[in-house]
Design a protein around this ligand. Structure first.
Ligand SMILES: NC(=O)c1ccc[n+]([C@@H]2O[C@H](COP(=O)([O-])OP(=O)(O)OC[C@H]3O[C@@H](n4cnc5c(N)ncnc54)[C@H](O)[C@@H]3O)[C@@H](O)[C@H]2O)c1
Length: 339
């Protein structure tokens, strides 16, 4: 357990991405006495414009480097006692096209980071940010079934396989070396600053441009949607108060099929179903993800408070409508959607 009023030095990998930038902003507000080192390679998904409001802050530093660069990592870790590891290749569709960068960043990068932390020796708590996709899929007709932390690992995509490897490496360092690992596994996030290749910002920005939205297969695949700031709050709780060596599932108890999500976006934005463009299903597309978050609720008292549906979705849509200057320059757009 950390003392939240101590002047901790926190290294955040992948802090220029969607969740990492929201997490840095959240920690700046919640723990203003902490210093945050944002370590990011600025791949296509990294964007410092997502952190304009904190970039001039005395308690914020940015290091432009790759997590596979062990020397740069060791330098950046100097004096850090806390680490939250978000950096990853995160887009399932890209992993189907080319799994190489996923193995490099998600597996080798995580191993490099873990070894650098051990060498530096100052890290007291390390959170590896994982995904519910490590558990594989649940059937659509068994809504009683949820992923718990004891559900067998059964990743189906190169993305989720690489994330499973990262989780297991981090946990193995706890078992083997007594390294202070914590693992979180979260469901699908939504909210501001998400790269517009992912389904919600892709659909919203397509509609803003008068384009149709590409919907995979029969649209019946189900995801459990959580607002990104609820996720950030859960990660901070695990970082400060989680039990070392433990896994914590994080979810919104907010299951929506892709067709339901699509119709809700269309309704909020005033469009009809003629704007749906059905496309061939994603290879190996998992049918349903759903999280049992009772462990983090019972142990750490975390419950989502910002994910109420559809209001939270409507607020997210409004954010993209009001922040064209943020998403327009992100020219790398990717269709069909990733859900
Ligand atoms: N987005 C979700 O719904 C979701 C859900 C559960 C878990 N996760 C996990 O959360 C983490 C963050 O996801 P996200 O959606 O914010 O991803 P993102 O793609 O938006 O951001 C990833 C960030 O990592 C950086 N990065 C990539 N490779 C790097 C490298 N080799 N070295 C240093 N930095 C590198 C990128 O520049 C970018 O800033 C990932 O580990 C992801 O697997 C995401």
């Amino acid at each position: 357990m950390t003392n939240s009023s101590n002047p901790h030095r926190l290294l955040v990998t992948g802090g220029a991405g969607f969740i990492g930038s929201n997490f840095i902003r959240f920690v700046r507000a919640e723990r203003p006495e902490w210093t945050i080192v944002n370590y990011d390679a600025l791949t296509y998904a990294g964007n410092l414009n997502s952190l304009e409001d904190v970039s001039g802050d005395d308690h914020y530093e940015f290091v432009h480097a790759d997590i596979c660069d062990r020397d740069a990592m060791i330098d950046a870790l100097d004096g850090c006692d806390l680490v939250v590891h978000f950096a990853a290749e995160s887009h399932v569709d890209r992993s189907i096209l080319d799994s190489g960068p996923f193995i490099s960043t998600n597996v080798v990068g995580t191993q490099t980071l873990l070894d650098a932390c051990r060498e530096v020796g100052s890290v007291q708590r390390f959170v590896n940010i994982g995904t519910d996709e490590v558990y594989g899929e649940l059937p659509l007709d068994r809504t009683d079934l949820l992923f718990t932390e004891r559900t067998p690992l059964n990743p189906h995509s190169p993305y989720s396989a690489s994330k499973t490897a990262a989780d297991l490496l981090a946990l193995s360092y706890h078992h083997t070396f007594g390294f202070p690992t914590l693992v979180t596994r979260c469901s699908n996030n939504f909210g501001p600053y998400q790269f517009p290749e992912k389904v919600i910002p892709l659909f919203v920005t397509n509609l803003m441009e008068g384009k149709k939205v590409p919907l995979y297969g029969d649209g019946l695949n189900v995801r459990d949607w959580l607002h990104v700031v609820d996720h950030c709050e859960a990660v901070l709780a695990v970082l400060e108060r989680g039990r070392l060596g433990e896994i914590y599932n994080i979810g919104g108890n907010n299951e929506r099929s892709n067709i339901e999500l699509t119709r809700t976006i269309l309704t909020i934005m005033g469009f009809g179903e003629d704007m749906i463009h059905p496309v061939e299903d994603r290879l190996g597309h998992d049918r349903r993800y759903a999280i049992d978050a009772s462990k983090i609720r019972e142990e750490l008292g975390w419950v989502p408070t910002r994910s109420a549906w559809p209001q939270a979705l409507a607020e997210t849509i409004t954010w993209y409508q009001e922040h064209e200057a943020w998403w327009r320059p992100l020219a790398v757009r990717h269709a069909p959607a990733a859900i």
